[in-house]
Design a protein around this ligand. Structure first.
Ligand code: ADP
Length: 406
């Protein structure tokens, strides 16, 4: 099993070189493979650590072709890949996972909503928007609070506008700029959940426990595993739904189903992602098989790995760039973090710190969800801001408030 083997181990090509590709690369090493990445920028997180970097953008078919040559499978770190280019690769014999027909449902929110509604899957009420009047009509029936969405290209809440009414000027402006739009009913919700599964071309599938994704400003900040207090039957139903969607849409690789838990307890589907997903980062330490390894196994049609958890409570917290990047270096922040929390695991993505940008994540594991969540939140806040929200002082080893009384 070494590089001199006349039957070399497979090369998986990943379109995009962000943090998802970077963490997939780590999993590929353990499987004896090498990941090849198509990187738009040599400074991208995966391009910094992967030896097999092909420069190029997925909009460039020739770059995609050259990148795909010699790979066992091509897969994705993001969805921004033109359908026609994927179809050209498939026609030329490249194994693309997920294939373009499935991926379309993660690229186009309107196609996805229509397909899921036709399948009888609960989704928010929605309508296509071709003019401001469409939003007015929709808001009259489902509003006044509605959610305007870019049909394609949004991520981390960019491309989502929560409105208190029709907002004709905004709609006009976006349409004039060429942004295809849709409108949805604002879902009254308790919280957001995610169900993640993997499916191989052979048709084997595996599901991880359903998680809660805690959101702030339209962006996920924490993932709680398992989703606290979620009814067992509801959780099993969400897993079944994700498995059904993976099978019926023909997904190969990973599928994350983002869900809203409505105030009446009903789950409705928000979004689909067909790649490693932020809601699955916890699996690196918190599950027997990480989402990154599972994705590789799935796209190579290997049997899938066990998805059981390694601790009763797991919390992943994103490290977001602070409003003002702290003067303290990341290196020094890590020193202090590890001194306080020897058990918290850190993943730094190698990205420049910009406000609210995901630059890394932390994972804490344990027996008690409240304690695990507290440690993950403190660790992430410290790495973001170089300040402990609870006033901990690294000099006294005690919260400053208490230290003053000593
Ligand atoms: P993105 O593709 O940018 O992740 P999403 O469609 O997931 O966008 O929306 C981002 C966030 O906006 C969601 O996580 C949720 O908090 C909020 N949101 C989206 N759609 C709705 C809706 N129909 N009702 C209420 N909140 C919504």
């Amino acid at each position: 099993m070494d590089a001199s083997d006349s039957r070399p181990l497979p090369v998986v090509g990943m379109v995009g070189a962000g943090q998802l590709a970077r963490m997939t690369h780590q999993a590929a090493i353990a499987l004896g493979q090498s990941l090849r990445v198509l990187a738009a920028d040599p400074g991208d997180p995966a391009a910094l650590v992967t030896p097999d970097v092909r420069p190029g953008r997925p909009t460039d078919l020739d770059a995609l072709r050259a990148f795909a040559r010699g790979t066992s499978a091509v897969t994705f770190d993001h969805e921004q890949v033109p359908q026609e280019n994927l179809r050209a690769l498939v026609a030329e014999g490249v194994r693309v996972h997920p294939g373009p027909d499935a991926l379309l449902h993660a690229q186009d929110k309107l196609v996805m909503r229509r397909r899921l509604a036709a399948m009888g899957v609960p989704v928010p009420a929605f309508a296509e928007v071709g003019a401001p009047a469409d939003v007015e009509r929709f808001a009259a029936g489902h509003g006044p609070r509605v959610v305007l969405k870019a049909v394609r290209g949004g991520y981390d809440g960019r491309g989502v506008w929560l409105l208190d009414g029709p907002a004709p000027e905004l709609v006009e402006e976006l349409l004039a700029a060429g942004t295809p739009l849709m409108v949805e009913a604002a879902v009254p919700m308790r919280r957001e959940l995610a169900a993640q599964v993997a499916r191989s071309p052979y048709g084997q599938a595996a599901a991880w426990p359903v998680v809660e994704t805690v959101q702030e400003d339209g962006q996920c900040v924490q993932v709680l595993v398992p989703a606290p207090g979620l009814d067992e039957d509801v959780a099993a139903g969400a897993q079944q739904l994700a498995l059904r969607l993976a099978a019926e849409l023909g997904v190969t690789g990973l599928l994350a189903v983002e869900l809203f838990e409505r105030t009446d307890g009903v789950l409705v589907v928000n979004e689909l992602a067909m790649r490693p997903h932020n809601s699955g980062h916890w699996t690196i330490e918190g599950a027997r098989t990480s989402q990154f390894e599972q994705h590789l196994r799935a796209v190579l049609d290997y049997p899938l790995g066990a998805t059981t958890t390694t601790a009763p409570a797991v919390v992943m917290a994103n490290v977001l760039g602070a409003a003002e990047p702290p003067a303290m270096s990341v290196d020094e922040r890590l020193h202090h973090l590890f001194a306080r929390f020897p058990d918290v695991k850190v993943h730094v993505y190698g990205k420049a710190e910009r406000p609210a940008r995901k630059v890394g994540h932390v994972t804490a594991l344990g027996a008690d969800m409240a304690d695990v969540r507290r440690r993950a939140a403190l660790a992430a806040a410290w790495l973001s801001t170089a300040e402990w929200p609870d006033g901990w002082s690294e000099h006294t080893g005690a919260p400053e408030r208490e230290a003053q009384h000593v």
